[in-house]
Design a protein around this ligand. Structure first.
Ligand code: SF4
Length: 410
């Protein structure tokens, strides 16, 4: 639907009392390319579900205006360098205690064999997702790292990234928790991009009984400081929200605006992930209610309108396998990392879709699926100063003139 038609439809809807008038005014503002205020975003996130269809349509149009009809994904392998962690988030079943079966600091040979399998499957990203600094909580982890010749997890991560680039040319994207500026600077040279989910900016979630009570690394101030340091260091950065962990709708909006403010200052945020909480049977939050599809779609749409100027908005497709159409209609433009080789170790119960399935559902809605690197095309083309010098010779041959992966989809 053209912008002008939709604008008229909005006017007709609220003339006929089928759309709350103040909502119509905010949506019109968005269609005119104007910024919406935080107060207006509060109004959108609190809108009645009878208005959701119009909100999604507007978000979809705004997405199309800035992103066109292309939906991206990154073909990756997932390397859980360690599943031990100093934090204890109430929803996590990835972390292991040192004596638990399966607890590990992955060996270099295992890392390499995963990366090589990825190379054979035409992957371009090595996603290192790992527990946060387990050596600060567990002497066993400290000892294991020491025997490998490292003082800490991040030292090992740096070498593992370098090994993967040199031996397979897969581009690392590390997601290793909160870090100091020095630690980020050290990893920058061996990562095409890096990431840290803000999750939510609310301190309330760290209170007694909250999901982050036992997780120092989930203190919003510390996470914002890491994201800010990454901006100061000019690191292409991924962040996002975890939806359904006890936050209020207004706190979702506050979190979006906190990310927006950092991006305004540094221009380094390349994507915002909208991830839905899943209740894992073995966790303290096993009985916590999962967010509905409509709640997630509303957050996607609001995120799209808050970041009106072309932010990449992603949902992980394996966490909502039956909702592809709905989320495309709500304004996403990216499916994130998808692996033909490894499972999602953080959500092992949720298999990745096959790329051909993703292609089918994306095309069915009239979009084109494009493969991207762990650093987005617009960063490669328009912000080359954010690419680490040491990786440019790996990145450039992989992409076409528009910054997408050469050769496209396999
Ligand atoms: S979610 Fe991440 S930070 Fe929290 S306990 Fe699990 S591995 Fe650690």
């Amino acid at each position: 639907m053209a912008v002008i038609d939709l604008r008229q439809s909005i006017i007709d809807l609220y003339k006929n009392n089928r759309l709350d008038p103040d909502l119509g005014e905010i949506l019109q503002k968005s269609l005119e390319g104007k910024e919406i205020t935080k107060k207006e975003a509060y109004r959108l996130i609190r809108c009645n579900y009878r208005n959701l269809g119009v909100l999604m349509s507007v978000a979809s149009i705004v997405r199309n205006m800035s992103k066109g009809r292309r939906i991206t994904y990154s073909r990756k392998v997932f390397i859980p360098l360690t599943n031990m962690c100093r934090n204890r988030c109430g929803y996590c079943d990835f972390r292991r205690e040192p004596n638990d079966p399966g607890a590990e600091v992955m060996s270099p040979s295992k890392i390499l064999s995963i990366a090589e399998a990825g190379k054979r499957a035409y992957c371009t990203e090595a996603l290192f997702t790992l527990g946060e600094k387990p050596e600060e909580r567990y002497s066993e982890a400290k000892e294991e790292l020491k025997q490998m010749g490292y003082n800490g997890t991040l030292d090992y991560l740096r070498d593992a990234c370098e090994m993967v680039i040199k031996k397979t040319e897969l581009l690392p994207h590390s997601n290793a928790g909160i870090m100091t500026k020095d630690e980020l600077a050290d990893l920058k040279e061996v990562n095409a991009s890096m990431g840290l989910m803000l999750e939510n900016v609310s301190d309330r979630l760290c209170n007694k009984g909250g999901p982050h009570e036992l997780s120092l690394g989930k203190r919003p101030k510390l996470r914002l400081a890491t994201i800010e340091s990454a901006g100061q260091l000019r690191i292409p950065f991924t962040t996002g929200l975890l939806i359904g962990i006890g936050e209020l709708p207004e706190e979702i909006v506050d979190s979006l605006y906190a990310i927006k403010a950092l991006d305004k200052n540094y221009g380094h945020i390349q994507e915002v992930i909208i991830q839905n909480f899943r209740a894992k049977p073995s966790t303290p939050m096993a009985r916590h209610k999962e967010p509905s599809v409509r709640e997630i779609a509303k957050v996607i749409a609001v995120a799209r309108l808050v970041f009106k100027d072309g932010m990449n908005v992603q949902v992980p497709p394996n966490l909502s396998p039956n909702e592809y159409d709905f989320y495309l209609s709500a304004g996403i433009n990216d499916w994130g990392g998808v692996s033909p080789v490894t499972k999602d170790f953080v959500n092992p119960e949720a298999p990745w879709p096959e790329i051909k399935t993703l292609k089918f559902v994306t095309e069915k809605r009239g979009f084109e699926l494009k493969a991207r690197l762990p650093v987005y095309p617009e960063f490669i083309l328009n912000k080359p100063d954010l690419l680490p010098e040491s990786l440019k010779s790996y990145i450039t041959p992989l992409v076409d003139s528009e910054g997408f992966v050469k050769g496209g989809i396999f």
